[in-house]
Design a protein around this ligand. Structure first.
Ligand SMILES: *Cc1c(COP(=O)(O)O)cnc(C)c1O
Length: 742
């Protein structure tokens, strides 16, 4: 008798015997034959997170709890008994949808006719090992802080979609990045979560010896240990190192607790666990890496461990082992300012890498020299990026402009005076289309685009079809998305007011902010100084005039976190948040707390305009604007990062013409003037220029230009295909087509 039939039988009059007849609970939970088992299987692989129809299944089970639980399906299912879930699914008639989703996931995981089979076959059984200090996959897994993490998450998802043999390595931050709350005065407070392994899609990573993998790393001041967890992201396994294990000092048990929370000593210990521990963990799993891809400098110690293994196992000299490892290594740099790169002094290096250099048979000076631009300069600290550039045959920046900046920044490393000779290429970042595309736009594309378009995201022809779209239909779809965004913002603001104990009248007012017919500008990102969140508020009187214009008003939605130690950043947030007390801006300029993947998804799907005004050239790429493109919003941006190569005069708006002045204050003033200029002369008139049907025809044309010219180019599928062709395949020993690489 199947368990389903068992439970649909009339309740037994004698509960005790019914209990005896029941299969053991554990068995019931794990069986993929029943609703509970299938839901658990779906929740256990983050594949569900880029399939909105599967997320909807979880949501429908209990919409309020799902929201309260950060859309975490494992935590949600834990609140159901199998019996109650079965009853709830029957009540909502979810069975066939659950079955369908489960079957689709199974098929996806089993498919072998992927892009990679044809184009990256050489990787075969030797996968790419992709290292990153953070991964932003979904809001319910808080092991990311911002763009770098979300990029890594999108990279992993596209590698899964393309079928690239890739495993990922990161750290398990039990407390993750913080939750942001503003007090009555608009001041940011940080609240740290305590994730429980049981409510995350984690399982112990089992090594070749049949036990959970643990690694140990010697330092001069003792041993650091870490255990390994595994998280399934579609076809990709993401392995996370966790130092909260017995045997570690209390201090080291906290080591992987928080992202970017500590001082330089904590930082080097984290990076030791990530890089050296990561390579050891991969070996303990029985995986033989074909390629090492180091996403930013944090994981560069991995190369030292790989060299050590080559020397110990294959008998190579240090120099030969370095050459071998470098050939396999791809290094991606993300930081356009010298000060942004991790640097460690000789003391920290000797304490943490001393045993490693003993094994490598090199002196302290030799090791330090590997991390210096000028190896003989004893005043120069050890820089992770320098080691990364020296120990990788292929290195890249993340946009064309950032490529120039990086080559200029590191040219001394090659003793070169000519930027063109510096062997750092670029592969521009992109975003994972299924993760960021709204269900509404997906439906519209499904109607317009060729049948298998979702498999051809990187092809321009596919996206040209948007020009056939009825302008009214595109505008209505966008309007619906905008309304959803406004509802989200109002709900969030009301919740913020209630938490702060504000009056019922204030809560009521929060539920009425913003107007769907008003030009809506979104600005959301980390509150790092160079991103200049307050540029648009530089001249408050001008802003007040634009916001309060009786015929053509604008409204702004802000969000973003400041680093806990960044007081100026927190000051900016307070300044913006407190505009709600200024009658000129009340209800028209709002600040939504706790920017994360969820808040980002709502914003980028509903805004008319996405504002991006970093101090050029400090935004290496930026990706949030690429998410906006997919959903029909327009970018208004400084010509920096990806926008410098994306803007063509017809697919959005440029602030200024890409000039910078040696004095940042002058640059800021000029950029602010250029920003007001483009808003007043281009953005606002175009948005309010309506035809007899009330449609902004030229604006809609620009939306179409934006989608058709940008969506295919700035997808992470295109990005990962570029990495595969230009880096992974040649690094693994396949035929080279080194267009970006050395
Ligand atoms: C996409 C994303 C980012 C990256 O945005 P930028 O354009 O680099 O500012 C940062 N944080 C979150 C939560 C995101 O989803």
């Amino acid at each position: 008798m199947s368990q389903t039939e068992d439970r649909s039988a009339p309740p037994s009059p004698t509960p005790r015997s019914a209990a005896v007849n029941h299969p053991p609970l554990k068995l019931l939970e794990l069986s993929p034959e029943n609703v509970y088992g299938k839901c658990q299987a779906l929740a256990g692989n983050l594949w569900w997170s880029w399939h909105p129809e599967v997320a909807d299944l979880f949501r429908e089970l209990d919409p309020i709890r799902f929201r309260q639980l950060d859309h975490n399906p494992i935590a949600l299912l834990a609140e159901f008994t199998p019996e109650r879930l079965e009853a709830r699914a029957a009540e909502l008639v979810l069975h066939s949808r659950i079955n369908h989703a489960y079957r689709r996931m199974k098929e996806y995981l089993a498919a072998d006719n992927t892009w990679s089979t044809v184009h990256a076959g050489v990787l075969g059984s030797k996968p790419v090992v992709y290292f990153s200090a953070e991964f932003g996959i979904h809001e319910s897994v808080p092991i990311y802080s911002g763009g770098l993490g979300v990029l890594a998450g999108d990279h992993v998802k596209s590698a899964s979609g393309l079928g690239i043999p890739l495993v990922a390595v990161g750290l398990f931050y039990k407390q993750g990045y913080f939750k942001q709350q503003l007090d009555l005065d608009g001041y940011q407070h940080e609240e740290y979560l305590h994730s429980r392994v049981e409510t995350l899609p984690l399982e112990p990573a089992i090594g070749t010896d049949g036990a959970q993998v643990t690694v140990a790393i010697e330092t001069r001041s003792g041993q650091i240990r870490a255990q390994l967890w595994k998280m399934a992201v579609g076809r990709v396994s993401l392995y996370l190192l966790d130092s909260d294990v017995e045997g570690n000092t209390p201090e080291d048990r906290q080591l992987t607790g928080r992202l970017y929370g500590g001082d330089n000593r904590i930082r080097i210990r984290q990076e030791l666990v990530l890089g050296v521990g990561g390579v050891r963990a991969i070996r303990a799993l029985g995986i033989v890496p074909g390629v090492y891809h180091l996403n930013e400098g944090h994981s560069v110690f991995a190369t030292l461990e790989a060299v050590r293994v080559r020397m110990a196992r294959d008998g190579y000299s240090f120099d030969d082992a370095v050459r071998k490892v470098a050939r396999q290594t791809v290094f991606t740099t993300h930081t356009p300012v010298p000060a942004g790169h991790d640097r460690f002094d000789g003391g920290l290096m000797e304490e943490h890498l001393g045993p490693m250099r003993d094994a490598l048979g090199i002196s302290h000076d030799h090791l330090m020299g590997l991390g210096r631009v000028d190896p003989g300069n004893h005043g120069e600290p050890f820089c992770m990026t320098v080691l990364g550039l020296k120990f990788s045959r292929r290195a890249n920046a993340v946009s064309a402009l950032h490529g120039h900046v990086s080559r200029r920044m590191w040219k001394d490393l090659w003793g070169s005076h000519v930027e063109e000779e510096v062997p750092i290429g670029h592969i521009t970042n992109g975003v994972h289309v299924p993760s960021w595309l709204s269900a509404q736009m997906l439906q519209l594309y499904d109607r317009l685009f060729p049948a298998n378009w979702f498999r051809r995201l990187g092809e321009p022809d596919v996206w040209q079809r948007i020009h056939d779209c009825d302008p009214g239909e595109l505008w209505e779809t966008h309007y619906a998305l905008k309304n959803l965004l406004l509802q989200f913002v109002r709900r969030r603001l009301a919740r913020q007011c209630r938490r702060r104990g504000e009056s019922e009248a204030t809560v009521e007012a929060a539920l009425k902010v913003l107007d769907p017919n008003v030009l809506t500008i979104g600005f959301a990102r980390r509150f790092a100084t160079y991103k200049r969140a307050d540029l648009v508020l530089g001249e408050l009187d001008t802003m007040a005039r634009l916001v309060g214009d009786p015929d053509r008003p604008i409204q702004l939605i802000f969000a973003g976190k400041a680093h806990p130690a960044d007081e100026p950043g927190k000051g900016l947030i307070r300044k913006i948040a407190n505009l709600r007390h200024d009658p000129r801006f009340a209800g028209r300029v709002v600040f939504v707390e706790d920017y994360d993947i969820n808040v980002c998804r709502h914003l980028i799907q509903g805004v008319d305009v996405w504002l991006n005004n970093p101090r050029r050239p400090l935004e290496a790429s930026g990706t949030s604007g690429q998410k906006v493109v997919l959903n029909g919003g327009l970018n208004c941006s400084i010509l920096d990062g990806w926008w410098a190569e994306a803007f063509d005069g017809r697919n959005g708006f440029a602030i200024g013409r890409g000039e910078t002045h040696a004095d940042p204050a002058v640059t800021d003033a000029r950029d602010a003037a250029a920003l007001y200029d483009v808003l007043e002369k281009e953005v606002i008139p175009l948005f309010y220029e309506r035809d007899a049907d009330g449609l902004p025809r030229t604006w809609i044309k620009m939306m179409k230009n934006s989608i058709s010219s940008l969506a295919w180019r700035f997808s992470s599928h295109r990005m990962v295909m570029d990495y595969a062709r230009a880096c992974y395949v040649p690094a693994a020993g396949g035929l080279s087509c080194d267009m970006h690489a050395r």
